[in-house]
Design a protein around this ligand. Structure first.
Ligand SMILES: Nc1nc2c(ncn2[C@@H]2O[C@H](COP(=O)(O)OP(=O)(O)OP(=O)(O)O)[C@@H](O)[C@H]2O)c(=O)[nH]1
Length: 295
């Protein structure tokens, strides 16, 4: 009998900490891990962030793995198992994906894997500042075995308790674990042995209001100018991320729910992705502001 490779699915809103969790897993779990990524946006940033010597990765490109890319997903899973025979497969879905259809399809249509567990990363800070839980986020929370209530450093104990209560009402069975930078005992993430769901979820509706665009340049940008740009990006930018080159160094830039940070990172050029509702309306202005920071 063929052994089915365990597969773990990571879901969660844009910028909640899914890539941070992947990086943590790769740094702490001493097993052969293969990663499948499904990003929203025309250029892939996350796969470059986690790329490394000891990880086998497949990038499913833009779009939503929860429906249109299912065939591609299955092909990628088969190929990765054939070529590297990983101990574990970890899948990061886009923050805009509803994982229930994918969960069902993995169980029904890909006999070569066994869905071991589904993990949601929840941004505690975003939950405080934008308390309304949208349809997609609700489905993400409801479909999982473990909820990482992440970014606890940005909220108070009282706020954390209120969020955990709310999450518990949406998903009564998931274990809710508070984390900072997704640091959790990795043994808790694997070997969950999820029981199979047997009811096909209803066909879900996408969120066409979300769009993205990318900006790339080989010029370096002035740091102060870029900082001022990031400070004033505004709330209609849901998520921005990518690499930015200043004369002195290159950084990974992350913008989530109005907060942004830089982390030293290697990249040959500046490449940034902007995601938001109707972000196209702001594309020209954002690109012009970035161009004005080029040296
Ligand atoms: N303060 C704080 N920041 C965090 C924590 N976890 C992650 N971050 C930051 O949150 C930002 C987004 O994290 P990512 O891991 O890229 O989020 P993501 O869910 O992969 O984002 P998408 O793939 O775009 O949906 C980064 O700047 C992280 O450094 C945390 O516990 N505390």
């Amino acid at each position: 009998m063929q052994v089915r490779t365990p597969l773990t699915l990571i879901t969660g809103a844009l910028g909640s900490g899914k890539t941070t969790l992947l990086r943590y897993i790769l740094a702490t779990v001493n097993r052969k891990i293969a990663i499948l990524m499904n990003e929203f946006g025309e250029i892939s940033i996350d796969s470059k962030i986690v790329a490394g010597k000891n990880v086998q990765m497949a990038d499913l490109g833009g779009g939503c793995v929860c429906c249109s890319l299912l065939g591609e997903f299955e092909a990628a899973v088969n190929e990765i198992i054939e070529t590297v025979a990983p101990d574990i497969i970890v899948v990061e879905t886009t923050g805009l994906a509803e994982p229930d259809a994918l969960v069902f399809d993995i169980q029904e249509s890909i006999p070569i894997v066994r869905l071991d567990g589904v993990i949601a990363v929840v941004d505690a800070d975003a939950m405080v500042r934008y308390p309304l839980i949208g349809h997609t986020e609700r489905i993400q929370i409801a479909a999982v075995d473990i909820i990482l209530l992440n970014k606890v450093d940005l909220v108070t104990e009282q706020q954390l308790y209120a969020i955990a209560t709310k999450l518990g009402q949406i998903n009564e069975v998931a274990q809710i674990i508070s984390t900072q930078r997704c640091q959790i005992d990795p043994d808790l993430l694997f070997g969950i042995g999820r029981t199979e769901a047997t009811i096909k979820p209803p066909h879900h509706v996408h969120q066409p209001q979300y769009t993205s665009f990318a900006y790339t340049t080989s010029a370096t940008l002035t740091r102060d100018c870029f900082a001022e740009f990031a400070d004033n990006l505004g709330e209609d930018v849901t998520r921005a991320k990518g690499f930015v080159r200043f004369p002195e160094n290159t950084y990974l830039f992350n913008f989530v729910a109005g907060r942004w940070d830089l982390e030293e990172f290697t990249s040959e050029q500046t490449e940034l992705v902007f995601i938001g509702k109707k972000i196209g309306d702001r594309q020209t202005e954002i690109v012009n502001r970035l161009k004005s920071c080029e040296q």
